[in-house]
Design a protein around this ligand. Structure first.
Ligand code: ADP
Ligand code: MG
Length: 388
């Protein structure tokens, strides 16, 4: 069984600072850290004005950053040999391409607030491209660095928006705002109920141990594949549904109401997922308010997975294998988390069954000739902060 170690913040920060010294010489002005996340429930509805319920993971991204006196930007990462050097003025949609878009895009989105050139070195313990939000961890750690180094005098809401714009407009990934919100607003020991319609948030205590459960995170090691336009296609389907129904949001509708005005079967299923998923998040939040993170929460998670698999069609054989195996081995519930098409799943498991569930998930992957999964620890963790 492969378990992914949590890297202590001091070692994460050291990794970034060490790369900084090697590539740029001298010391960084500081190191900033932001977490990856899992979403307990509420999938593919952040961009539909829904409710989501993520929490931050103890896996995070550290950026070591130093201010420059010119408008040049240099970016390196321990994750890749590909480095980027460019001018702030040349950043725009598609430029730079590749991973540097996620940092350059943040500088671009904050340009009017007075951001100058920087050198940045990145080191992360968040699996990259596994649906655990390495992209927002990168954007948000860097956004916080810029805001402090250039004394931008903006609050975190502005940094969240800048990070979303970097991802949508410069990196060209058509994702919603859940990941940036949780990276910037997470509280240790809590999940965040985020209302994507009005941006309001509520911290909900999440004490899994008190419920005798653990949340097992399963990275299927099948990289999620959002780039092929599936994400955009789902968003487009919802736009079509809004137009046909004459509404601007599906919030407040029940499933019957929402689908009765639609003809196309695919559209019916897409809308049914969104509306039913919003309902499940409301129920899950009510359960957590009562401190009940057991069987009922598990059932909601499994229902969420089936809806994502059958109605929204964003699951994959790797995710289905992990979810089915977890349920077979006694998990209260399981579902894909993140964008889907590969990436990660989560399972709510009675504490004494964690090893058995992990083992069954591993055997199932072997049986179906799928990549060997990696397991992660999920302690609800804190938000982006300066390390030194
Ligand atoms: P996820 O956010 O689920 O990990 P995304 O596809 O949204 O997946 O983002 C992954 C992309 O973010 C990577 O392909 C890379 O471009 C960029 N990225 C994230 N973390 C790092 C890192 N530590 N170093 C370099 N690039 C990174
Ligand atoms: Mg991402």
């Amino acid at each position: 069984m492969n378990w992914l170690d949590v890297i202590a913040e001091v070692d994460l920060a050291d990794g970034a600072a060490e790369l900084f010294r090697t590539k740029f010489g001298g010391e960084p002005d500081g190191v900033w850290i932001a977490p990856g996340r899992v979403n307990l429930i509420g999938e593919h509805i952040d961009y539909a004005g829904g409710l989501v319920l993520p929490f931050a993971l103890p896996y995070a991204t550290a950026v070591a950053v130093r201010r420059r006196e010119d408008s040049t930007m240099r970016a390196v990462s321990t994750h890749t040999d590909e480095s980027w050097t460019g001018e702030l003025g040349e950043i725009g949609p598609g430029t730079p391409s590749g991973w540097a878009a996620y940092v350059a895009g943040v500088s671009w989105a904050l340009r009017e607030h007075g951001v100058g050139g920087v050198d940045v070195a990145v080191h992360s313990s968040v699996p990259v491209g596994s649906g655990l939000s390495s992209s927002a961890a990168l954007e948000c750690s860097f956004a916080l660095a810029l805001s402090e180094l250039f004394d931008l005098q903006v609050d975190r809401k502005v940094l969240i928006q800048a990070s979303i714009r970097a991802e949508n407009e410069i990196a060209g990934a058509s994702t919603g705002g859940m990941d940036q919100n949780i990276a910037m607003s997470a509280q240790a020991g809590h999940a965040l109920l985020l209302d994507c319609l009005d941006g309001s948030t509520r911290q909900i205590p999440l004490d899994l141990e008190a419920s005798g459960t653990e949340l097992l995170v399963i990275d299927t090691n099948a990289p999620h594949r959002l780039v092929d336009g599936q994400y955009g296609a789902r968003r487009q389907a919802l736009d079509t549904a809004y137009a046909e129904l004459g509404v601007t949001t599906l919030r407040g509708l029940d499933v019957e109401q929402a689908v009765s005005g639609l003809v196309d079967d695919t559209l019916v299923r897409r809308v049914r997922h969104v509306v039913s998923e919003i309902g499940r998040v409301e129920q899950a939040a009510a359960l957590l308010d009562r401190g009940a993170a057991g069987t009922e929460l598990g059932e909601l998670m499994t229902a969420s997975h089936r809806s994502l698999r059958d109605d929204y069609e964003v699951s994959s054989p790797e995710l289905d294998s992990a979810v089915d195996a977890a349920l077979r081995a006694g998990a209260h519930g399981a579902r894909m988390t993140g964008g889907g098409f590969g990436g990660s799943a989560i399972a709510l498991v009675p504490s004494d069954l964690v090893q058995a569930v992990a083992s069954e998930i591993g055997s199932s992957a072997t049986r179906y000739d799928l990549p060997v999964p990696t397991f992660l620890t999920a302690e609800p963790s804190g938000s982006a902060h300066r390390f030194f």
